[in-house]
Design a protein around this ligand. Structure first.
Ligand code: ZN
Length: 125
């Protein structure tokens, strides 16, 4: 079992909490979004400084997913917060492998490693 230290988990927890309040439509974040422009997609603010390997695509997918499946994302966020409480955040819910931090920075709510996620997506389509 790959476990993350509390200090390592903390920034992800904060991201999850921020995402959750954004999805829930908290007044202040809604106002923020309105002020920062409707067609700017670069304002998600979480991972723009990440390494250059494909994180842009990841982030775009992420933003799209946020808009398309808000309800589902919200429940994934809740699940991730539970895993943080259980001390198992950062390991794949399918194979118990370690989820790379780079992936968590883009999708902090994902319960799966890249491999399991793509297997799931492949079996869906
Ligand atoms: Zn896995």
């Amino acid at each position: 079992m790959a476990k993350m230290k509390k200090a390592e988990v903390k920034p992800f927890k904060e991201m999850l909490l921020a995402l959750r309040s954004r999805l829930r439509g908290d007044v202040s974040t809604l106002a923020d979004a309105a002020l920062s422009g409707k067609h700017g997609s670069g304002s998600s603010g979480v991972s723009n400084h990440m390494a250059d390997m494909g994180s842009d695509t990841f982030e775009q997918n992420n933003t799209l997913m946020l808009m398309k499946n808000e309800g589902e994302t919200l429940s994934q966020i809740e699940g991730a917060l539970e895993r943080i409480n259980d001390g198992v955040y950062g390991s794949c819910a399918e194979c118990s492998g370690k989820i790379p931090k780079m992936r968590l920075k883009v999708m902090p709510y994902t319960p799966f490693c890249v491999k399991c996620q793509s297997e799931k997506e492949a079996s869906l389509s």
